[in-house]
Design a protein around this ligand. Sequence first.
Ligand SMILES: [Zn+2]
Length: 186
Amino acid sequence: MRYCSSCAAPLRLERPPGDDRERHVCTRCGHIHYVNPKVVVGALCTWEDRLLLCRRAIEPRAGFWTIPAGYLELGETAEQGAEREAWEEARARIRIDGLIAVYSVPRIDQVQLLYRACLLARDVAPGPESLEVELVEWSAIPWDRLAFPTVRWLLERARELRGRDDPLVTVFNPPGSGTGPDLGGA
Ligand SMILES: [Zn+2]
């Protein structure tokens, strides 16, 4: 970030009074431009005993499999964002049942909220960001072709939770995973 989005003057890095770290501060209007992590929302969507996976058409990790997920937009709730991503990437209409996981990925400045959802209809189709979408049996998950570590974490966790009814199960980064898996923008 180099220029102020309010007045277009150059920014400089300085520590505002009372703050504990440097910020981008406008040299003309004094506006402090805070930079904070982004929220990614997504859903593990199931139909009977199958789960919805999408093969990515875009970088990063084009050609690899993921769940529908992406950045939360302004003005929507996290659940609405997850529903929107399911539609955009897989033309899937879903009902969100609860949260499965909250993952923090500080190396790329993301917090991910990942839900469990049911497909409202079996028909799904690739959206513009997907090469193909598939309803995959649990035994046929392409573990070695998943796009991101958090997708693997989520699928491993969801497999553990199969058959359990509790709708709200929040977990954290798996032990030993560190804080910096290489996860792209989804
Ligand atoms: Zn300014």
